[in-house]
Design a protein around this ligand. Structure first.
Ligand code: S3P
Length: 166
């Protein structure tokens, strides 16, 4: 596989953990679009949303992804909303193999509760929000080149499933 491998999917799908381990296995560089946005802005994702709003965050996300997709083949974990932007999606399709890490609602919910770093879920009805996001986004994520289940259990199983599928 000589192209960049871009992981897409909802918050809690395991993109960052799986991506980092996959990059190790492939001997490739690993990038995480959320971390790159934070570095570029000098602010956490939470602070970017709070101080500048989601729209500005999305603009920054698009710019960062454009820059990352120009890098030599690597493994890229994208933020859960990145693939929803039509322009970014096209760019990813042209420059990477896209993989949807498909996890069910309960698995996603269990995992996102471990970290309080997602502004979209910092509210009392977070599980309903996650449920709606999953329903809205599933048809878009499913346009990825490959769909790999991200099951409950060790992420290494998902890493191996991707490795075999590539
Ligand atoms: C978002 C997902 C987050 C982060 C931001 C918005 C989304 O990334 O980009 O909070 O819209 O789904 P992760 O999917 O890495 O949590």
């Amino acid at each position: 596989m000589s192209r960049t491998v871009a992981l897409v999917g909802l918050m809690g799908a395991g993109k960052s953990t799986v991506g980092r381990r996959l990059a190790d296995k492939l001997g490739r560089e690993f990038y995480d679009s959320d971390s790159e946005i934070e570095k570029a802005a000098g602010l956490s994702i939470t602070d970017i949303f709070a101080l500048h709003g989601e729209e500005d965050f999305r603009r920054g996300e698009q710019q960062v992804l454009k820059r990352l997709l120009e890098q030599p083949p690597h493994v890229l974990a994208t933020g859960g909303g990145a693939y929803l932007n039509a322009e970014t999606r096209e760019l990813m399709r042209d420059n990477a193999v896209t993989i949807w890490l498909n996890a069910d609602l309960e698995t996603l919910w269990r995992r996102v509760q471990k970290r309080d770093t997602r502004p979209l879920l910092r509210r009392p009805d977070a599980k309903d929000v996650l449920t709606s996001l999953l329903a809205e986004r599933e048809p878009i994520y499913s346009q990825a080149d490959l769909v790999v289940p991200s099951k409950d259990g060790p992420h290494i199983n998902t890493v191996n499933a991707i490795y075999k599928a590539l």
